[in-house]
Design a protein around this ligand. Sequence first.
Ligand SMILES: C[S@@+](CC[C@H](N)C(=O)[O-])C[C@H]1O[C@@H](n2cnc3c(N)ncnc32)[C@H](O)[C@@H]1O
Length: 299
Amino acid sequence: MKKNKTTSTTNSLADLQLREGQSIDLLKSLHILTMDGKINQDSRRKLKQVMHLFQLIESPLMQLIQSQSKDGENTPITLADHGAGKSYLGFILYDLFFKPRFDKAEIPFFGHIYGIETRESLVESSQLLAQQLDFEHMSFLNLTAAQSIQDPSLPSHVDLVTALHACDTATDDAISFALHKKAQLIALVPCCQAEMAAQLRHNKAFDLSRMPLSELWRHPLHTREMGSQVTNVLRCLYLEAMGYQVTVTELVGWEHSLKNEMILARNIHQKKRSAAERLQALLQEFGVVEWGAKRFALN
Ligand SMILES: C[S@@+](CC[C@H](N)C(=O)[O-])C[C@H]1O[C@@H](n2cnc3c(N)ncnc32)[C@H](O)[C@@H]1O
């Protein structure tokens, strides 16, 4: 009986494709594993998303460390995660990437992870967990993504900005934050965004009278989907116009999440004029120039 139990737990863990040295205690504290080491099926999807996101940013993060290293010394790497929720992403990044480097005494390494979250109870529980685990280079701030741009608790420069399913316009505020902090790397997996859909809805009658393309958002469900799709396209153009190289991929299989589009942007410090022109042209085409000028300020 006992043997079967152990085997099934071991198989389940193998299924999760955990990394060597990954903290089982952390996974239990995050309720991804139950206290007897089994997979909590509700959290399994989240772990899959977080692990995949980690895999996608691990190599650019390594490159960032290498490019910032001078004379064998490492400069601090700072990361801000917007709409952190229970901070699965921050904790796993800390456990897999930051902690092993902090623990290597022969290579001085500094860094800090900031979780930005509007729900106070989640901020408090993450703070407590970080204390319990001795993850001392983590802070959790009860702020909106927009407030965090000017908040003095955050440094003037942040290397990596993430936003995994941050609600609605929190992704856009995370982009503004990243631009303000001159982030080297931005990883976004957007949630629904209502602003653009509201604009399309507002202009619908006029658009239907002037262009056949507006059939793409005539039905309410399509309005919502087109709103999200167009928003993500505008976000990508905006990032390119502001000096970033952008790739768009799936995060995990669609069976794990419908909100699955991953936008990865690296700062190559080359503002693309054609992207700025295309951004303006699309805003014009959709009749949303005024809204777009505020949301995607090119300066
Ligand atoms: C869908 S959850 C995602 C949580 C986490 N990133 C994850 O993937 O597990 C979105 C989180 O964003 C937070 N949130 C919503 N609006 C926000 C804002 N403007 N700024 C910061 N956090 C926000 C919510 O409280 C919620 O915890």
